[in-house]
Design a protein around this ligand. Structure first.
Ligand code: HEC
Ligand code: HEC
Ligand code: HEC
Ligand code: HEC
Ligand code: HEC
Length: 342
């Protein structure tokens, strides 16, 4: 508990305020580290952390409200939040090396390497779930009239770390065991990486006399899928190519509603906790066409910036995680598939 407070206090504030590094302008740049740490730099450059400010999803959303609160996590450094040209350049680095590792002349890491030239303070919690918690776990905000953060409600807005702690993986894994497997440990692949999505999810489909049965399984994520941002959803879509107007869809994700006290509450949550599944079935006749015509089924992971998804989901930016195309009659019978209906 002492270390947790110490770490959060020293490094991150869960969006409560900007981070003062006590370093001037360009000294807050990843370019300062690049020559000696080329491998970490390269991986970080391709990570979502470095794109936290520049990415289109963020910018689209941010333009609607331009809150200081958003800046506190997506460009947290005071040096990134100023109006000078150094600040504007630094914003393109999003969450950078300095954000995670440096305050003033002090460097932070799990341990100091023997050849290190830095004044490094080792922190036992550095890089574990308490570290990620400083940005990846927070509740819905309430704002002052001025738009400043007033306080947080009791309702999680991003709940990734709590989901991890409540699940089975906390016994055997850290966040970094799954997210920092790249050679230099700085790529943090997540939902924008198709391999990660396919590692997380499995999809099964079978038929009974009239119906197609689908099962989506969270087999490999250490937290719910989707987790993180409120906009994330998964859509299951099914249609026949000649009658696309009869498309049927289901979605998995969260829905919220605003409350008078300010902030929001969750009114629906069909995201998939670790090692659980969700079933959905539909009549193949509802799709129109002939039984011999192939049925298309797609599992789409949706990004975008809409909190609530109403059909058609297809307009939203997405990754196709799985695609199946088979005539109804050629789907495996659910009775012949082991373990219940699958
Ligand atoms: C002049 C070369 C040089 C520069 C510039 C440099 N480092 Fe290092 N750093 C090293 C060396 C050498 C080590 C030890 C690495 C090893 O043994 O694997 C190290 C180790 C580290 C470690 C591990 C903890 C430790 O102290 O051993 C971190 C974190 C780190 N550097 C971050 C940074 C960051 C962030 C920057 C930019 C602000 C930076 N470094 C700039 C040479 C440099
Ligand atoms: C307390 C920290 C915090 C604050 C404050 C915050 N975010 Fe984020 N945001 C995150 C984290 C962590 C993620 C990564 C989770 C994920 O990818 O699902 C994220 C992801 C996002 C994404 C998804 C980006 C993508 O790559 O798809 C959008 C959009 C976004 N935030 C917009 C905002 C906006 C707009 C605000 C202000 C209204 C804001 N955020 C405030 C921490 C924060
Ligand atoms: C999101 C936070 C985060 C960012 C951004 C980040 N690091 Fe790290 N870094 C870590 C964690 C966590 C570790 C593992 C802790 C340890 O081994 O000491 C680490 C370890 C290191 C190490 C020790 C050797 C290694 O690779 O494990 C070096 C060197 C390093 N980082 C340099 C950098 C540089 C340079 C940048 C920017 C290009 C950077 N880091 C950006 C979190 C971050
Ligand atoms: C200083 C705040 C901060 C810290 C510390 C931090 N993150 Fe992030 N992380 C973010 C933000 C903000 C984003 C969203 C970037 C964007 O806009 O896409 C993000 C994105 C990610 C993503 C990509 C999500 C996606 O949907 O593709 C992963 C995975 C991730 N972080 C894992 C971690 C892990 C694991 C740790 C702890 C070792 C950690 N982060 C520490 C702020 C942080
Ligand atoms: C057992 C492996 C595993 C562990 C442990 C794990 N993750 Fe993930 N994580 C994944 C996989 C696989 C995905 C891709 C599927 C997805 O996006 O949900 C993912 C996705 C994410 C995303 C993308 C957002 C989203 O909506 O899915 C974030 C952010 C993230 N993880 C953060 C964390 C943090 C923080 C921890 C630790 C508290 C953690 N993860 C622990 C495997 C893991």
């Amino acid at each position: 508990m002492f270390l947790k407070l110490l770490l959060l206090f020293e490094l991150f504030s869960q969006g409560r305020g900007p981070i003062e590094t006590s370093r001037a302008g360009a000294e807050n740049s990843a370019e300062q580290c690049r020559s000696c740490h080329a491998a970490q730099y390269r991986e970080w450059r391709s990570s979502r952390h470095s794109m936290a400010w520049t990415n289109d999803f963020f910018q689209f959303d941010y333009r609607k409200s331009r809150k200081q609160w958003c800046r506190n996590c997506h460009i947290p450094l005071v040096a990134q939040q100023k109006d000078d040209s150094a600040a504007i350049t630094l914003r393109n680095e999003g969450i950078n090396c300095i954000t995670c590792h440096v305050r003033g002349e002090t460097f932070f890491a799990k341990s100091k390497r023997p050849k290190s030239p830095h004044n490094t303070k080792p922190l036992a919690t550095f890089g574990d779930d308490r570290f990620c918690e400083g940005c990846h776990q927070f509740n819905f905000p309430r704002f002052e009239e001025s738009g400043e953060l007033k306080n947080y409600t009791e309702e999680p807005m991003q709940n990734t770390v709590a989901q991890f702690r409540a699940g089975p993986y906390v016994q055997s894994h850290t966040c970094r065991d799954c997210h920092a497997r790249s050679p230099a440990g700085h790529s943090y692949a997540g939902a924008h990486d198709l391999n990660m999505l396919r590692q997380a999810l499995a999809f099964r489909v079978c038929r009974t006399s009239e119906r197609v049965h689908t099962r989506l399984i969270n087999q490999g994520a250490g937290h719910n899928v989707p987790t993180g941002d409120v906009h994330r959803h998964i859509a299951v879509k099914a249609w026949r190519s000649n009658t696309p107007e009869n498309l049927v869809e289901a979605f998995y994700g969260r829905r919220f509603k605003p409350i008078v006290e300010g902030g929001k509450v969750t009114i629906w949550d069909s995201s998939l906790p670790p090692n659980t599944f969700r079933d959905w079935n539909f009549s193949h006749e509802a799709l129109g066409g002939e039984p011999s015509e192939p049925i298309n089924i797609e599992i789409r992971y949706l990004y975008g910036s809409r909190e609530s998804y109403l059909p058609p989901f297809s307009e939203s930016p997405h990754s196709v995680v799985f695609r199946v195309r088979t005539p109804f009659t050629e789907l495996a019978s659910c009775l012949s598939v082991r373990s219940g209906s699958f």
